[in-house]
Design a protein around this ligand. Structure first.
Ligand SMILES: Cc1cc2nc3c(=O)[nH]c(=O)nc-3n(C[C@H](O)[C@H](O)[C@H](O)COP(=O)(O)OP(=O)(O)OC[C@H]3O[C@@H](n4cnc5c(N)ncnc54)[C@H](O)[C@@H]3O)c2cc1C
Length: 480
């Protein structure tokens, strides 16, 4: 490829992380890309009444508003957002509209049976197409492109895990048309990437999007249907029939919480989620010659099977976006702009880019950002609605909320409208999770997990053997 001069600086010759942008709303490459449209909407002030009030304008809140209003245009639906629509994880993520259920298949099966888990897997596949359908219908220009995803193995233990994972999916009822193993040569037809590739799995069920354009476009689509969105209006209290903001108040029959990781900032909610950050880097746009050399099929996502895994997407404007590899949880101010960059994680992501995609090794890194995930104690997502109080909840998606939030939005529509459907009997509907351990136990545990997983990856790369130490932290991770 055309090599790009890279100024040397950091420990491994990497540059220091690029500075965060000045515009406070441009918290990711994606949000920066729609920066001209980020002027906040009107704030909530005074007293209002509506049928359904939704708190949080990420994917969970916006899909809920969209489907409710579509199903019953006479409903008065209002969304209040603390910052701007798409400000949270929705506008900062890796852009994988991916397959795989958000949470632990084994835990869902324990509660609802394996048939229900298979139904959930199929619903996720459908959800990917459903997002594509709405994107086309509403004319949302977000680069939706469904070309599947590759999971690569570059060590013998990763290959063993890959085979076990594909076999487990087949045992659960999915077929080779849903997920299959590829040899290293076969996967090179999709992308000539990782050095030392031993094998891969491929699923056609994955699309690539620019997530901020999707979130912002969805907000506009909601408004066209008649949903009212207030921005810069943090809810200070939400309860049965009421959402209280500093300058305004909404009375509503139904109140839906879609505040994801930010929920922990409220009194009494601190232990509900582990607010883990996930960090990302993006290169400058690569020249066409580089893409030809890489042979990376447009729209295809790829990831590895490290314990602290990475994922990489080819962006709409021809950049490589790499995220993952874990990020340390902080005891004080667990959700804060300070957590959106980290020199060590940045360095690891740059090294990952160079090793995984050598043809792009010299590309300049133009962006580094991060966002908070809501990790529940059992890693299982939740959609709940209590008809008696009118309170609903969508979220607990961990790192898999892009497709899951669409499913949750349609499910919440059915729950609110009193419909009993295939969606309302999915295994996460009505699911309850216990709280995380109190601090400092949660902090110590999360640091221990991070260190153990990082050292397990290093051991496996060095020795080619499975790292048994991962079993030590298994009680805190989702069972496979
Ligand atoms: C770096 C990163 C990479 C990721 N990659 C992927 C991926 O590739 N694929 C995938 O499926 N998932 C991915 N995820 C996870 C995914 O982004 C989330 O699961 C999803 O966006 C959650 O959507 P949400 O609407 O529930 O939460 P959010 O997008 O976080 O939205 C919550 C909203 O609520 C607002 N809010 C909070 N409190 C209040 C309040 N009191 N009053 C009013 N508003 C409030 C917030 O400002 C925010 O806008 C990633 C996440 C991150 C951070």
């Amino acid at each position: 490829m055309a090599r790009v001069e890279r100024p040397k600086g950091g420990p491994d010759g990497a540059t220091a992380p690029p500075p965060a942008p000045d515009n406070p709303w441009a918290r990711s490459l994606w949000l920066e890309g729609v920066v001209q449209d980020l002027t906040p909407r009107e704030r909530l002030s005074g007293d209002h009444t509506c049928d359904v009030a939704i708190v949080g304008a990420g994917f969970g809140g916006l899909w809920t508003a969209y489907y409710l209003k579509k199903a019953d245009p006479s409903l008065r639906v209002t969304v209040v957002e603390a910052e701007i629509a798409g400000f949270g994880a929705a506008g900062r993520n890796g852009g994988f509209v991916s397959a795989g259920i958000a949470g632990s298949a084994a835990r869902y099966a324990r509660r609802s049976g394996w048939d229900s888990v298979l139904r959930a897997e199929r619903e996720v596949h459908h959800g990917i197409d459903e997002i594509g359908r709405v994107v086309a219908l509403e004319g949302i220009d977000c680069g939706y492109n469904k070309a599947g995803a590759l999971t690569v193995a570059t060590t013998e233990p990763q290959l063993q895990r890959l085979r076990a994972r594909v076999e487990a999916k087949h045992r659960s009822g999915l077929g080779p048309e849903d997920i299959r193993l590829l040899t290293a040569d076969e996967s090179a037809d999709l992308v000539r990437g990782p050095e030392g590739l031993l094998g891969a799995s491929f699923t056609p069920h994955c699309a690539r999007v620019d997530p901020a354009r999707l979130a912002r476009g969805l907000a506009t689509a909601c408004e066209r249907l008649g949903v009212k969105i207030y921005e810069q209006s943090p809810a200070e209290h939400l309860g049965p029939n009421v959402v209280q903001c500093s300058d305004g108040r909404i009375s509503a029959d139904v109140v839906v919480r879609a505040t994801e990781s930010y929920t922990i900032r409220e009194r009494g909610q601190r232990r509900r989620f582990l607010p883990l950050y996930s960090l990302v880097i993006a290169t400058e746009p690569l020249p066409q010659q580089a893409w030809d050399e890489l042979g990376w099929r447009d729209g295809l996502g790829f990831a590895d099977l490290g314990h602290l895994y990475y994922y990489a997407q080819r962006s709409v404007d021809g950049r490589i976006v790499v995220g993952g590899r874990g990020a340390p949880y902080r005891l004080t101010r667990p959700i804060s702009p300070e957590n959106e960059q980290d020199a060590h994680v940045y360095e690891r992501l740059v090294q990952t880019l160079r090793a995984a995609i050598p043809a792009a090794a010299d590309a300049r890194i133009t962006h580094h950002w991060g966002g908070p995930l809501a990790v529940p104690r059992d890693w299982c997502m939740t959609t709940t609605f209590d008809r008696a109080t009118g309170l609903g909840f969508v979220g607990a998606f961990g790192g898999h909320g892009v497709t899951a939030a669409n499913i949750s939005g349609r499910t919440m529509r059915d729950l609110v409208l009193g419909r009993s459907t295939d969606l309302t009997s999915l295994p996460w509907v009505g699911h309850r999770t216990r709280n995380w351990e109190p601090e400092p136990l949660r902090f110590i545990a999360s640091r221990l997990i991070h260190k153990t997983l990082a050292s397990a990856d290093a051991y496996e790369e060095r020795t080619g053997k499975q790292a048994k130490r991962v079993r030590l932290v298994a009680p805190f991770l989702p069972p496979s």
